[in-house]
Design a protein around this ligand. Structure first.
Ligand code: PRP
Length: 179
């Protein structure tokens, strides 16, 4: 897969070091609590797997799958739940785990939805964020890396469902789009 990348933005080692730092902050912040980590499928699978294993706290994990309605552009902000949480989150300390925040519209909708269910707290941890692509302001407590507004794959992020299993994060070579 390496030949399909134009440029490596973040290596596996850089990602792991940063996730360990985020996990240390989470361990400290949630020390006296019982957090429920909510991953947003599918991209967050890889982040969740590594982040949770850097944690020393025992945590519960649950998953949601969401999809934007309508036009085919994913960032419409109107979201449909494809798979909901398995449990009630009333009174829970929820930490949403994302691979990337692009426009922020998915997350903004999700936070409103989770808070309306009576969670005690809802915070966000994302590996990547594109500040210049933001269409809505979302308060994100844990950010791995702020990156430029360019299309990236790897470490859970896909192009046409491929490249999620790349260990690094990078930009795609143009031959991938044209082949
Ligand atoms: C990605 C990512 C976020 C969302 C961010 O998911 O995992 O959920 O897009 O975009 P936004 O900030 O513009 O709303 P995607 O819809 O690509 O699904 P996937 O995780 O299954 O690849």
């Amino acid at each position: 897969m390496g030949k399909d990348l134009e440029r490596v933005l973040l290596t596996e080692a850089q990602i792991q070091i940063r996730l360990a730092e985020l996990a240390a902050s989470i361990d400290q912040d949630y020390a006296e609590r019982d957090p429920l980590l909510v991953g947003v499928l599918k991209g967050a699978v890889v982040v969740m797997a590594d982040l949770t294993r850097h944690l020393h706290l025992p945590v519960e994990v649950d998953w949601m799958a969401v999809s934007s309605y309508g036009s085919g552009t994913k960032s419409s902000g109107v979201v449909r739940i494809l798979k909901d949480l398995d449990r009630d989150i009333t009174g829970r300390d929820v930490l949403v785990v994302e691979d990337i925040i692009d426009s922020g519209l998915t997350l903004s909708w999700l936070l409103t939805n989770l808070r309306s269910r009576g969670a005690a707290t809802v915070e966000v941890c994302t590996l990547l964020r594109k500040p210049t692509a933001a269409k809505v302001d979302v308060d994100v407590r844990y950010v791995g890396f702020d990156i430029e507004n360019e299309f990236v794959v790897g470490y859970g992020l896909d192009y046409a469902e491929r490249f999620r299993n790349l260990r690094d994060v990078g930009t795609l070579a143009s031959h991938v789009y044209t082949s």
